[in-house]
Design a binder for this molecule. Structure first.
Ligand SMILES: NC(=O)c1ccc[n+]([C@@H]2O[C@H](COP(=O)([O-])OP(=O)(O)OC[C@H]3O[C@@H](n4cnc5c(N)ncnc54)[C@H](O)[C@@H]3O)[C@@H](O)[C@H]2O)c1
Length: 260
């Protein structure tokens, strides 16, 4: 991977899980990273573990003034923002009838409006620099539909569409916008639904095992894909959706057919 020495990155939802893994890899590659989240104790702890080039900034992606604060902090301390990783998101599992309107609105607010506010906050700085890389963390659910998660799919497909349109709008200013679409992340995201999912263990296992590469994507592999887009290794890539999904997007794996 190309070095990110001297680069400044903002990672949202970085107090745990995928966001923390992304922040860690960015720091390892030489970047200074502002970690945002609404989980302040966890965020402070992760930043402390990552060392002096990691700074935790309380940051709710749904609040415009908090976007201004985190971008101002980056500009004040380093006079630039090279990378924005829109990683923060919330999940909801529930059928259409069981998903109240306010839950749908919250998902769209965090998962889609939040990254849009992020674009609005960093684009003026990146335009001035005539360079920047925005990486949106989508999901395999940005590429496919799945029953029982309609509200989450809507928010993630919205983010993916936004990435493509923004890539076209910003390319001539030297700003790239790409999506990383993992099948896997922090199992903690499923916390509130674990007891319900316990009734579907065989189905869940089949979903994750019947892929070219079985199982969920490890966090460090998702982080590596994000860092590819963050770095100059991907200078001619924009508007890309990169699945990190063990080949789930490639089609269906039928176990018995490997012995035909
Ligand atoms: N967990 C999975 O299986 C999975 C699968 C595919 C894609 N993803 C995506 O990966 C990304 C990271 O998720 P994760 O798996 O690490 O789960 P996670 O729940 O550990 O991480 C999400 C982070 O976002 C933060 N967050 C939530 N609302 C916020 C807000 N309003 N402002 C700022 N931060 C907020 C949370 O506090 C948390 O730290 C998300 O975009 C998610 O949709 C996750």
């Amino acid at each position: 991977m190309k070095s990110l020495e001297g680069r400044v990155a903002i990672v949202t939802g970085a107090a745990r899980g995928t966001g923390a893994a992304i922040a860690s890899r960015l720091v390892e590659l030489g970047a200074t990273v502002l970690l945002g989240d609404i989980l302040h104790d966890e965020g402070e702890r992760v930043a402390e573990e990552l060392g002096e080039r990691a700074i935790y900034v309380p940051h709710d992606v749904t609040k415009r003034d908090e976007w201004e604060r985190i971008v101002t902090r980056a500009v004040e301390s380093a006079a630039r923002v090279d990378v924005l990783v829109n990683n923060a998101a919330v999940l909801h599992l529930g059928t259409i009838e069981k998903t109240p309107e306010d839950v749908l609105r919250r998902l769209l607010e965090v998962n889609t409006v939040g990254p849009y506010l992020g674009l609005r906050a960093v684009v003026p700085v990146m335009r001035e620099q005539r360079a920047g890389s925005i990486v949106n963390v989508g999901s395999v659910d940005s590429l496919f539909g799945m029953n029982g998660i309609t509200s989450y799919c809507a928010s993630k497909w919205g983010l993916r569409g936004m990435s493509k349109a923004a890539a076209l709008e910003l390319g001539r200013d030297g700003i790239r916008v790409n999506s990383v679409c993992p099948a896997g992340g922090n199992p903690g995201m499923y916390g509130p639904w674990m007891s319900q999912l316990a009734g579907f263990m065989d189905e869940t296992r089949a979903y994750t095992e019947n892929r070219a590469i079985p199982g969920e994507a490890p966090l460090d592999r998702i982080a590596e894909a994000v860092c590819f887009f963050a770095s100059d290794a991907s200078l001619h890539c924009t508007g890309v959706d990169l699945p990190v999904d063990g080949g789930a997007h490639a089609g269906r794996f039928i176990p018995g057919f490997n012995t035909l």
